[in-house]
Design a protein around this ligand. Sequence first.
Ligand SMILES: *Cc1c(COP(=O)(O)O)cnc(C)c1O
Length: 399
Amino acid sequence: MTSPILPVAARLDLAFEYGKGAWLYDQDGKAYLDFASGIAVNALGHCHPHLVRALKKQAGKIWHTSNTVRIPEGERLAQRLVDSTFAEVVYFANSGGEANEAAVKMARRRHAVAGRPERYRIVTFEGAFHGRTLAMIAATGHPPYIEGFGPKVEGFDQVRLDDWDALEAVVTDQTAALMIEPIQGEGGLRVVKTETLERLRRMCDERGMLLILDEVQSGVGRTGRFFAHEWSGIVPDIVTVAKGIGGGFPMGACLATRHAAEGMTLGTHGTTFGGNPLAMAVGNAVLDIVQDDAFLARVLNKAVLLRRQLKRVQRVYGRLVGELRGEGLLQGFCARGVEARDVVAALREQGLIALAARDNVVRFAPPLTVTAKEIADAGARLEAACGALTRGGRSSRAA
Ligand SMILES: *Cc1c(COP(=O)(O)O)cnc(C)c1O
């Protein structure tokens, strides 16, 4: 197949025609239960009527104006985010990578305007994923993403999670900020402990560093709180979101305290598309549904059901299903004796869409609107896939 699409992504020969809730339908009408949500993006499932209405309504009014004028939908969304979180200011972007770029620029600028421009280094953690821009591949620190793209952007140091000696060694009076995902998504659903977040917060306070949390995957209700870090009680300086906040419409945001954002004055940063009226209308519609205690409580209940299904299948197929990982509706397991991507393929055969992550992890990120029945259905499909993999393993050994 010679496609004109740049072959940087491994694309399956599978195309979906339409989606509804947690279900996707391919061109032959075959139904798939979607526990990937376009990589934790379709937080409210496919074609949620409230989002479709909001987008259609805005599409008939105005699409784009640029940031040279006020955008009331964006002002409203920013105000709602500020009213409901630690943040005092919001910068809208188009993606997670861009939101993270804004966060890093903000942290560096914060120190520069305080007369410390040499304080520009950012510490990140092994297993991180912060995006694919030149700076964010340096922040991510994963060699396959960096090699061949010229000199790595300067100013990023990486240490192992919970290796406090290594962290002490790398933090200097040039360090501007620590940057971490409360749950490492692409890195393998590694949940950062509350004690770790507390200790990082203390360290930042003692050394005048900023704490940046990348909640691009873990945020917007995925753990049963609006932000995953809310479970820990710590107060960050900067938080980035994307993925779920647009429910499938591309958008991102960088939220911050006024103190952290002090350097981001007129003309220091910008974007053509960020915060455009279409994105803002959808973002507001997502918040209408997600920022509701009863909705978030239901997410938490469903997370328990998902964990129960994973445990149940693990009891039957412990040889395949190793350590359970993740939290909320971002959970999975370490595949044992088989490649995670082969498990994902076997799940697809059973009509269940899942994702692979690093550490050989099979990852599930169903829409937050998934039902208890659909979670039980997914468990049955996982069990069937494990059965098929086990039989396949036996016959290949016999051969
Ligand atoms: C997906 C992701 C990003 C990058 O987002 P893009 O929209 O692809 O740029 C950054 N951080 C985390 C934690 C992510 O999961």
